[in-house]
Design a protein around this ligand. Sequence first.
Ligand SMILES: Nc1ncnc2c1ncn2[C@@H]1O[C@H](COP(=O)(O)OP(=O)(O)OP(=O)(O)O)[C@@H](O)[C@H]1O
Ligand SMILES: [Mg+2]
Length: 271
Amino acid sequence: MQECIVVTSGKGGVGKSTISTNLAVRLARSGHKVALVDADIGLRNLDLLLGLEQSISWDLVQYVQHRCDLADVLLPVPNIENLFFVPTSQTSDKMAMVPDDMIEVVDRLFGQFEFDYVVIDCPAGIERGFENAVAPAHRSIVVVTPDVSSVRDADRVIDLLQKKRIMDIQLVINRYRPDLVEQGDMLDVQDIWQILSEDVAGVFLESEEVLRSSNCGVPVVMNDSTVLHSLYADAAHRVLGREVPLVDLQHQESNGVWSKFLQWARVQMGA
Ligand SMILES: Nc1ncnc2c1ncn2[C@@H]1O[C@H](COP(=O)(O)OP(=O)(O)OP(=O)(O)O)[C@@H](O)[C@H]1O
Ligand SMILES: [Mg+2]
């Protein structure tokens, strides 16, 4: 089975790059050969999240311009077997590629390089960068934060994806704050699910850990002791089509692994 998954949102800054990177790491660590493609031409940052900013010689735009081969662009990610990174240009503009270029790249990643999964990190917005990123996708993960503007943009993006015949769509809710939901100041998982009517693949808490790990170039899932690690493991299972119940972040039991989770969440939120 070979699948191309685009991680998109419409709204900027909701966590697409963080989530594509961590999900790609999880999929690779469960034994799948994964290519993580940065489609954010001009504003790439997956290289920073992977600690690979000094390792890039060639990029996707240079490949499309016939200045190198695709094999030159593919970077094995150190310490993560099965994960390869496809960087894009830091300097070119979004017009440097067209959707057919991305389709050709992904076809070669599946055909010549035999990847199981290609995960594409989509730029914000719904213009050319979005068109490029979604063109080769079989399915999509739509990242949404629990606020009205993000949910409205996600709704618009879901509509656009469906018009492009991408019907397999899962939501990831990011930067969730159970304390704000409790006070009635934030939409809860149920609200978002009811508005957007798509399956929820994962819910990730607001966490300083994410910021720290981004700054040191090590994806947060590499740290097996964080609770985000187990939330990502569950999300990766759901992305792979397995039935894993969602953890109820509002009503945790007082013992077991989720009590550890609650304590951790309170520390993260300074509560
Ligand atoms: N769960 C989280 N908790 C705390 N901070 C987070 C979380 N997820 C993402 N962030 C932070 O939010 C910022 C934006 O994240 P990210 O770059 O992944 O978003 P994006 O959707 O890719 O943005 P863009 O639209 O600009 O590409 C980063 O500083 C990241 O560390
Ligand atoms: Mg991004």
